[in-house]
Design a protein around this ligand. Sequence first.
Ligand code: PHE
Length: 466
Amino acid sequence: MKEKRSSFSGSIGFVLAAAGSAVGVGNIWRFPYLCAKDGGGLFLLVYLVLVLTFGFVLLTTDVAIGRKTKKNALKAFEELNPKWKFLGRLTFLVPVLIMTYYSVIGGWITKYLFVYLVSDGIEAAVDGYFTSFITSDIAPIVFMLIFLALTAWIVFRGVEKGIEKFSKIIMPGLILLIVIIAIFCLTLTNTAPDGTVRTGMQGLAVYLKPDFHGLTVKRFLEILLDAMSQLFFSLSVSMGIMITYGSYVKNDIDLNKATNQIEIFDTGVAILAGMMIIPAVFVFLGNDGMASGPSLIFISLPKVFDAMGVFGRPAAIAFFLMMGFAALTSCVSVMETLVANGMELYHKPRKKMCGVVGIYSFITAVLICLGYNKLYFELKLPNGSVGQLLDVMDYISNSFLMPFISLLTSILIGWVIGPDWIIGEVERNGEKFKRAGMYRFMIRYVVPVVMLVLFLVSTGFADLIA
Ligand code: PHE
């Protein structure tokens, strides 16, 4: 049975849903950390330049492919060129892998929100709390299931009544919460045991002041690569998600404007996340308190909340609620991409595909949870880090597949199909594509070269050659 193709009701619905996908844990636990590590304002500056060049090219490409073909990644690439069918398969693999672990992280956030809602949360600040939670038998699975069920329910309701409707509520809520928390963090002060007084405004200076100290060409390249891989993950490009969302965009919508708005949203939230996290960590834990990934959110921040006294609990609830919103709309976009590809491929109704994808997601997420328990192992990854099952999935999808897919997509669009195919689609509503010249140049010459370098570095090949 074939269902009528769904679409977003208008530009705002699309922008908020796409921003919902883009704004996720990456904005909050990765961006501030990279800023702190890579010279504060210097990283920010590099990132902004990349958003306006690479980000804009990759996002426009994905959305335009979706809208023009009105298909999902698996079929869209085949329609572009039957010989490039494999690229659709490769792209589809990314959400297949991300789906296995994203709801597990969503479950961790749900657990912390729950802890602060039902208790004063002091236990969460105790050393070893996070590790003992993720290595326990049942709790991580139960919280993952709650998060996954919520995700599946939104996807089950469909594009307009589910994804669009919830994004329109959740995304403004997220902005409101993050602005309140950021303002609060800027007003913090604390006296350390050695008598030094640190304020939120000093923390802001640490965040925004460009630090050129010890800057060499090699170091600058490192910063550039950090910013580049962050950009990918953050904008949810090269994983078929924006192709699927693009396929729901009506033809009269101004793609130029919409992609700009998505970028502003995603970058704005990342900048605000830095404004709340860097000052808060600086005030209570000092210069060396910044950590990345899960340990920032689940280990360092509970200590910060604990040190805040009476404000700690409300701040923690607001924070984990905001984080939950960010993760939920991202997880929805991953699941929707799987469901939509499945519906198209097997001509099955949405409800049935939701069931199939839901079961797949649950089983694989249980395996990921067990990766910290019965299935625990330590694997050295080619990029030098050591990881468990979750990190392996994350590594394959983000460090290996995404730069590779971008490389191939830029060759396909830049050299096989030709950039005019995309430019024509962007201009379909009669609006001129102002940055068409830049688009053409970037997709043909710059993107392929840079993606190749990124791929070689993040897979460890560069070390072998050097
Ligand atoms: N873009 C999201 C973030 O910044 C992450 C994400 C990745 C979302 C993959 C969906 C799919 O965290």
